[in-house]
Design a protein around this ligand. Structure first.
Ligand SMILES: [Zn+2]
Length: 351
């Protein structure tokens, strides 16, 4: 497969990195700097495939087990470190990687004031001190590297200076000035820029976004395909999703297990951001139900779905459940766990 064929625009970084790969002169550490959603991770994963895939010399095939694992963000020798909070658990990281690998656009980011801890960097240094699992070297990607705490950054200086043979370290950042000078001086900085609106528009249209919508989104995307694709997904996303969830909860012919399975599936599909926005929709829908009960007009939709037998107490308690869900989502509880709890709780109250 051609290197960076999935990367839109960015001719300069593409040329620079491709020629380094092809001439087998890739440096041991790079800083990929540029706005969010400009393709830095896509480029980093291609570099990782080129390093690890053994099917193609100075390139990658895109088909083999290695290539597929790297694209799936689960290769044992290609690790991504993300900022988290003290409360962020390994399974939260794994969940986020899974959602991202599935849809290709969910940002690799948890809400809140996150950082990369010294423990995370010690782990990286420790991993690199051992032999790689597959024996083709190691690729460590450090995402949002400007969120490295000072002591965390210091913990990898030695590794950055003299990484073990076959190691490639890639720091991804939107704020290169947020990196310590000692870190910056130990890696090559490659800058990613913004695309023109027409390029973003073209990309959206290729992904099936209608022309008018694509042009509107491109205008506000700031020249970054990532956020543009997320915005288009929000738009394409069925605007009646909250209504559907509401109907599932009050559909008495559907068993509790079935409901749980549906909610789980939906949460995986939407990811954290999607579930958060669905949760907000649920709250306004439930709030409207309460307005309708007292004869007022609903605020957010023309007609509210019917839920016979449900009274104000039911809706009031549902509102509390979905507000709790919002809080838990922001506190990094897994989206499917938080949303399932709210849905199951609503079902119990409603029946
Ligand atoms: Zn391959």
């Amino acid at each position: 497969m051609e290197l960076f064929s999935n990367l839109k625009g960015q001719d300069q970084p593409k040329r620079l990195l491709a020629s380094a790969v092809q001439s087998n002169r890739l440096a041991h550490a790079y800083i990929l700097a540029g706005p969010d959603g400009s393709g830095r991770l896509t480029a980093a994963l291609d570099l990782a495939k080129a390093r690890i895939c053994t099917e193609v010399e100075n390139g990658f095939c895109g088909q083999c087990r290695h290539c597929r694992q790297i694209d799936g963000l689960v290769h044992p020798d290609v690790r991504i470190t993300l900022p988290g909070m003290k409360t962020t658990k390994p399974e939260n990281f794994a969940d986020l990687f899974k959602v991202r690998a599935e849809d290709g656009i969910t940002p690799l980011r948890f809400p809140g004031n996150t950082y990369i801890s010294i423990d995370q960097m010690r782990e990286v240094a420790h991993r690199l001190s051992r032999k790689s699992f597959e024996g083709h070297g190691y690729v460590e990607i450090i995402y949002d590297a400007h969120r490295l705490r000072r002591e965390a950054a210091n913990a990898i200086l030695k590794t950055l200076e003299e990484p073990p043979a076959g190691t490639l370290i890639i720091l991804i950042t939107s704020r290169v000035s947020g990196l310590l000078p000692t870190v910056r001086s130990r890696a090559h900085t490659v800058r990613f820029g913004r695309l023109s609106n027409s390029m973003v528009e073209e990309l959206l249209q290729k992904r099936g976004v209608p022309a008018e919508e694509a042009s509107r989104i491109a205008l506000v995307s700031g020249g970054c395909p990532g956020p543009a694709l997320v915005m288009s997904r929000e738009k394409i996303k069925d605007s009646n999703q909250a209504e559907k969830v509401f109907n599932l909860i009050f559909n008495r012919s559907m068993g509790n297990m079935e409901l749980a399975a549906e909610i789980e599936k939906l949460s995986r599909k939407l990811g954290r951001e999607g579930v958060l926005s669905l949760c907000t929709d649920m709250i306004s829908l439930v709030h409207d139900q309460r307005r309708v009960l007292i004869g007022a007009q609903p605020l957010s939709r023309k007609t509210a779905p019917s839920a016979d037998n449900a009274d104000d107490t039911v809706f009031q308690r549902m509102e509390v459940l979905f507000r709790d869900c919002e809080i838990r989502l922001k506190a990094n509880v897994s989206p499917s766990m938080a949303f399932s709890a709210a849905a199951a709780g609503s079902r119990r109250i409603g029946n």
